[in-house]
Design a binder for this molecule. Structure first.
Ligand SMILES: Cc1cc2nc3c(=O)[nH]c(=O)nc-3n(C[C@H](O)[C@H](O)[C@H](O)COP(=O)(O)OP(=O)(O)OC[C@H]3O[C@@H](n4cnc5c(N)ncnc54)[C@H](O)[C@@H]3O)c2cc1C
Length: 507
């Protein structure tokens, strides 16, 4: 018999948007809930995120007068993903309105629609997108809890200063959920507490073993354990074992946090896994310290491979961009070439945004007065670089990218407001000095993990559910396979299936 240190109804492992939604749902249902977080801060990658949440057809889209509906969202997912995961697709879109209605009932939580186009041209798409965000939050409104929310990515990784102000994006979501959870009076926040194994008795998960400040704790979970503790993204050995492209240093989660502990514990308990070679991919700007910065919202320049040739539409949604890099064998060998229109800055959003001077000093960027010199400094063939730029400049004049159709999709122009060009996503590269920035394959987290059903229950390879064990977010294998349908699907699915898991535990 296990000697328990503590006893709860529900143990939640991790503290991203999914975990905290599950914890709030359980605690609101009167279940005593523990939230175990490995680090000293709550929110994980969810805190770093823009906080877009793809929860379609809810009261928030209705308030915004958006022509969204559950059926339209279902059509979009089915068109993109096919029937393979139809039960979980349906559970997702059918439950989304209830998740939002439930969360907004709490005075701490309020969402609004923010435009960000869906990522694919497919039936049911909304060109404005349909994602919602938690409203910005004044830290004073949640008192001491604000200091427990993981800082923004750039501040956390590089110490880049932020003027103290509102919690925005993912931090607003995490701050609001933490405050709502504490308000239930039924939950304990347990930072610096890392799950190491699950306790299985008679085929049922009955609790967890965790470490806290060097001590082992054994925590009983009478109703179940919900694991939403990220994927394997920060674990190079696991990435190598499963053939996940990219590497831990280039992944965008909190350094060293999401090492796949919950997935490994779930496998030991008999859980099946899928999609472990998959991630929510993106291009990354190589950083002087060997890490990468999430590159999004490209509004100028071109990207070339080691031969100096363009190979993709640079305005693609980031996951498709990352997949195109990998398919082209250009995970480590891509360069973004741009001119001085933005004063030597990158014509795109880089998070973190390291100063050009530091890049130039480290050699992650090079600068030159001519394209030939630039190519030589970057180790690229000068003829091809010149030819790629000249052809792109012709396309910019024409307003048509005859090679890769950049600027033909509403997403492509989302970050490129009208700029006087025939196609605002195509701006000639002609004002020297010129720059080349090294681009690598990055990701926003893994999307492979434990196989789960519509209630987030972890399944064995024979399809039976492991009693008492639930997984969500990047700890579970995503229902969207190799596709990133739209902004906020990682958070939206994590929150929906954590909500469903908690309701299942509450009976
Ligand atoms: C810059 C950026 C912007 C993004 N923008 C968006 C967006 O707008 N919308 C969107 O949907 N997605 C976005 N993403 C992706 C999204 O943030 C992640 O995919 C998602 O937050 C993952 O949620 P999660 O709960 O699986 O993991 P996380 O949010 O990373 O939470 C996992 C937590 O578990 C903890 N943990 C790990 N192991 C253990 C253990 N053994 N015991 C206890 N705790 C453990 C970790 O410390 C971490 O705090 C973005 C990502 C980045 C980097």
């Amino acid at each position: 018999m296990t000697e328990w240190t503590d006893e709860y109804d529900v143990v939640v492992v991790g503290s991203g948007g999914g975990a905290l939604t599950g914890a709030f749902t359980a605690a609101s249902a009167g279940l005593r809930t523990a939230i175990l977080e490995k680090t000293g801060l709550f929110g994980g990658t969810s805190s770093y995120s823009g906080g877009s949440i793809w929860l379609p057809g809810t009261q928030v889209q209705e308030r915004a007068g958006l022509p969204d509906s559950t059926e339209l969202a279902r059509t979009y997912l089915r068109t993109l993903l096919g029937d393979a995961e139809s039960a979980r697709q349906d559970a997702y879109v059918d439950t989304a309105p209830a998740v939002v209605e439930f969360l907004e009932r709490d005075p701490n939580i309020e969402f609004e629609f923010r435009a960000f186009p869906d990522y694919y041209r497919a039936d049911g798409r909304l060109d404005t997108g349909r994602s919602i965000n938690a409203l910005d939050l004044d830290p004073a409104d949640i008192g001491d809890l604000a200091s427990l929310v993981r800082p923004e990515l750039d501040q956390d990784r590089t110490g880049q200063g932020h003027v103290p102000g509102q919690l925005i994006g993912g931090r607003a979501l995490i701050g609001r959920l933490l405050s709502a959870i504490v308000g239930t009076g039924n939950a304990d926040l347990r930072p610096d507490t890392a799950l190491t194994e699950l306790v299985v008795e008679g085929g049922r998960v009955v609790g967890v073993v965790a470490t806290h400040q060097g001590e082992t704790v054994r925590i009983k979970a009478n109703r179940g354990v919900l694991m939403a503790a990220g994927g394997i993204e920060a674990n190079d050995a696991a990435r190598g074992e499963h053939g996940t492209p990219g590497k831990a240093d280039w992944s965008m989660g909190p350094i060293g946090a999401n090492t796949g502990d919950a997935i490994a514990a779930g496998v030991t308990a008999g859980g099946a896994t899928a999609l472990l070679d998959q991630a929510w991919f993106c291009p990354g700007v190589a950083q002087p310290d060997g890490t990468a910065a999430f590159l999004v919202g490209i509004r100028g320049g071109i990207v070339v491979d080691a031969n100096g040739d363009r190979y993709l539409n640079e305005s693609l949604p980031y996951d498709q961009f990352g997949r195109a890099m990998h398919a082209h064998g250009a995970d480590e060998s891509s360069w973004m070439i741009f001119d001085s229109r933005e004063g030597g800055g990158l014509p795109g959003i880089s998070i973190p945004n390291t100063a050009p001077a530091k890049h130039l000093e480290a050699g992650t960027w090079v600068q030159a007065d001519t394209l030939e010199e630039l190519a030589a400094k970057a180790g690229l063939p000068a003829d091809s670089v010149r030819a790629s730029v000249e052809q792109f400049n012709d396309y910019a004049k024409l307003g048509v990218d005859e090679s890769f159709h950049r600027g033909e999709d509403p997403y492509d122009n989302f970050f490129c407001p009208p700029n006087g060009n025939p196609n605002s996503a195509l701006t000639a590269i002609e004002n020297g000095p010129f720059f080349a920035a090294r681009i690598v394959l990055s990701d926003l987290g893994g999307k492979g993990g434990l196989v789960t059903d519509v209630d987030g229950r972890v399944l064995r390879t024979d399809g039976t559910a492991i009693a008492g064990l639930y997984a969500a977010g990047n700890t579970s294998a995503s229902l969207s396979g190799k596709v990133y349908p739209g902004p906020g699907v990682p958070l939206g699915t994590a929150m929906t299936f954590s909500y469903r898991a908690a309701r299942h535990m509450a009976g």
